[in-house]
Design a protein around this ligand. Structure first.
Ligand code: UTP
Length: 289
């Protein structure tokens, strides 16, 4: 059975994007004509996922409004003969069954996932981090789901990062299994140089067994004093219950200023509403740099 439920943790404080994130959730920052969270929801929908739980906090209600109807606006657009715009607005609320739960304390990504346990129930589920936007020909979460479905196993999405950067990620101890698939034996969050297993890092996409919940429930705080998802995944990995897929696609860390700006530029170049004009502008600008 292919997964039907996804969890999008989006309750982090976004301190790398201050002062902007003091009042506006980083997930609502625009990538061209859409907030970044819409790209994440669209990736899940394109992979056939129907029910989506976004984990928020008390200062992120703008996301709840975004995925709701806006009758007054839609009516005004229709009265003005702007059917296409009205349909754009309606689609944000209708594209999936989007639900919300609040993480009442910012205790870490592992804790955020744990708040989704009642929504998830007893089936495998997808996790898409709210600040990792993917540009890919095939939805990245669907690439993981194919392997999870065939192997009946939890799967994480990985790519090799530079050894200078691996200390910002979680480093995986892997051995090659077949094609783009690896067995995962262990992992470490934000490793010191002496702790690095390999350049393979998890980049924001997971298909997980609900077996993760009892592990999360009994976890002590790890790196940075937070309940770390990596520490729970490491338990599954050491039990031999985890695979990794080296996914095809490009990942943007929209929770960092540089990653966000790269994402805005590259995805706007592909946007039919502005791509050609932007390309001309960037070429002209580059001549003056
Ligand atoms: P990050 O560390 O990238 O996000 O967490 P952050 O905490 O918002 O960022 P900075 O470092 O302060 O800028 C990875 C993912 O986990 C979520 C974040 O929203 C992000 O999608 N998260 C993190 C939660 O949902 N709850 C938490 O307690 C922590």
């Amino acid at each position: 059975m292919r997964i039907k439920k996804a969890v999008i943790p989006a309750a982090g404080l976004g301190t790398r994007m201050l002062p902007e994130t003091k009042t506006i959730p980083k997930e609502m920052l625009p990538i061209g004509d859409r907030p970044s969270i819409q790209y994440i929801v669209e990736e899940a929908v394109a992979a056939g996922i129907e029910d989506i739980l976004i984990i928020t906090n008390r200062s992120k209600a703008a996301m709840e409004d975004y995925f709701d109807y806006h009758p007054e606006l839609e009516e005004r657009l229709l009265r003005a003969g702007r059917e296409e715009d009205a349909a754009l607005v309606r689609r944000t609320a209708d594209m999936a069954n989007v639900m919300f739960v609040r993480q009442k304390q910012t205790l870490g990504l592992g804790h955020a996932i744990w708040t989704a346990r009642r929504f998830v129930g007893s089936e495998p589920f997808a996790v898409l981090l709210g600040d990792d936007v993917m540009a890919a020909a095939r939805p990245v979460i669907g690439q993981l789901d194919e392997v999870a479905d065939a192997e009946r196993c939890s799967v994480v999405g990985v790519q090799a990062v530079s050894l200078d950067d691996i200390g910002k990620y979680c480093s995986l101890d892997v051995s090659h299994y077949h094609d783009r698939v690896f067995r995962v034996h262990n992992m470490v969050e934000k490793p010191k140089p002496s702790e690095v297993f390999s350049p393979y890092a998890i980049l924001g996409r997971y298909v997980l067994s609900p077996d993760i919940f009892p592990i999360l429930e009994n976890l002590s705080p790890g790196y940075g004093g937070e309940i770390q998802l990596t520490d729970a995944l490491a338990v599954l990995a050491r039990r031999g219950e985890m695979l990794a897929v080296e996914f095809e696609g490009k990942r943007y860390d929209t929770g960092s200023l540089e990653g966000y700006l790269q994402c805005v530029i590259e995805l706007s170049l592909q946007n039919p509403r502005c791509g050609e004009a932007l390309k001309t502008y960037i070429k002209e600008l580059a001549r003056t740099l």
